[in-house]
Design a protein around this ligand. Structure first.
Ligand code: ATP
Length: 355
């Protein structure tokens, strides 16, 4: 149990009560006996030079970061960047080969059986029992997490309602749609009311309505003090995180709020209105001074260290005889631009956004 002294100092790290971890008022016997203002709460997750090497692959290469209680932390990176391996180490499923990681002050590998009861984990692959019904899956996970029997049925009903699964309670899990399977996986991961939830691409392949439903739920949980650690390839979801970390080839390149990451661009991005657009992408990409190009709303979005100089140069002499230049516009970078810049290593246009 955490005891907050009047100074706001926390006497011992741990995770017995999520309200304590949120740094909010402590309720005991229905009475508020100590309230904000509290100092920054101690981080719930701390990684210090965490490493994992598989034979000759350095999947995670010395990652250090701290995550505060109640954060929605988005873990971003290209395929193979090392996100899943990091989550699996934090969940005590893979043994680190270097560095350390703690959850609530406890070492994730050495104390994995103790730590495991404190978090929920929604894996990338469907990990439920397809031949059990929705309710049977929930009962199974409730039993595995030792949810007291007198609480379990009420908990199941609450989660079925929150996940819109009440009508499907007796359906086989294997017969659910992809979105419903994801919602059931989340319900199972939440059955024991964990203070921390790991989600590995929870919305992958879902339609926008189900994606929104899952994110509404994540906000709800975070609002109640649950810490969320989520990987995603959707940049609109990255925008919704309180902070994000960019992993590239096992290394953490940046850890910031989405707003500050976007502000780390030293230059605006240039949208070239050029036709025909597909050959334009190829030719612009090969032009001197251009770092990269992507297709955005029918235009070629150009990343360059000095885009204004490029425009001036092209106005003087247009070097692409097969392309018609209709005009150009400037755009503020969004998270898709940030992802592209970090994952492609466009260091010339990125300012400091150190972890
Ligand atoms: P994705 O976005 O595609 O899920 P990721 O960022 O989660 O990718 P990881 O799955 O962590 O990436 O993989 C990181 C690297 O580690 C990859 O090169 C992968 O091939 C390698 N790797 C992961 N698990 C193993 C394993 N069990 N044995 C050998 N190599 C592995």
């Amino acid at each position: 149990m955490i005891l907050r002294k009047k100074s706001g100092e926390i006497s011992r790290g741990g995770f017995d009560d999520k309200r304590d971890l949120g740094g909010r008022a402590l309720l005991r016997c229905g009475r508020v006996f100590w309230k904000h203002p509290a100092p920054m709460p101690a981080p719930i997750i701390v990684l210090d030079g965490l490493q994992k090497t598989f034979r000759d692959t350095r999947a995670v290469d010395g990652v250090s970061l701290a995550i505060a209680p109640g954060e929605i932390f988005g873990f971003l990176g290209a395929n193979g960047a090392g996100k899943t391996t990091t989550i699996r180490m934090l969940c005590g499923l893979v043994k680190p080969t270097g560095g350390s990681a703690t959850i609530g002050g406890r070492e994730v590998w050495r104390e994995r059986y103790e730590v495991r009861t404190k978090f929920g984990y929604v894996a990338q692959k469907f990990s439920l029992y397809p031949d059990l019904t929705v309710v049977e899956n929930l009962r199974f996970f409730g039993g595995a997490y030792r949810v007291p029997r007198e609480r379990l049925e009420a908990r199941i009903e609450k989660l079925l309602g929150e996940m819109d699964l009440t009508a499907k309670r007796d359906a086989m899990a294997g017969a659910l749609s992809g979105g419903m399977k994801q919602l059931l996986a989340m319900a199972c991961a939440l059955i024991h009311e964990p203070v921390l939830l790991f989600l590995d691409e929870p919305t992958s392949g879902l339609d926008p309505v189900h994606r929104q439903q899952i994110w509404d739920l994540l906000y709800h949980l975070a609002h109640d003090g649950t810490t969320i650690f989520v990987t995603t390839h959707y940049m609109d979801e990255a925008e919704r995180c309180t902070s994000v970390g960019f992993l590239h080839a096992g290394r953490l390149l940046a850890r910031e709020t989405p707003r500050r990451l976007k502000a780390s661009f030293k230059v605006p991005v240039l949208d070239m209105h050029v036709e025909p657009v597909m050959p334009a992408l190829v030719q612009l990409r090969a032009a001197p001074g251009v770092l990269g190009v992507s297709l955005r709303s029918g235009h070629g979005r150009v990343y360059a260290a000095d885009p204004r100089a490029l425009v001036a140069q092209w106005q003087e002499r247009w070097p692409f005889p097969g392309l018609t230049w209709h005009g150009h516009s400037w755009a503020e970078p969004d998270m898709e631009d940030v992802f592209k810049a970090y994952s492609q290593g466009y260091h010339a246009i990125l300012g400091e956004a150190a972890p």
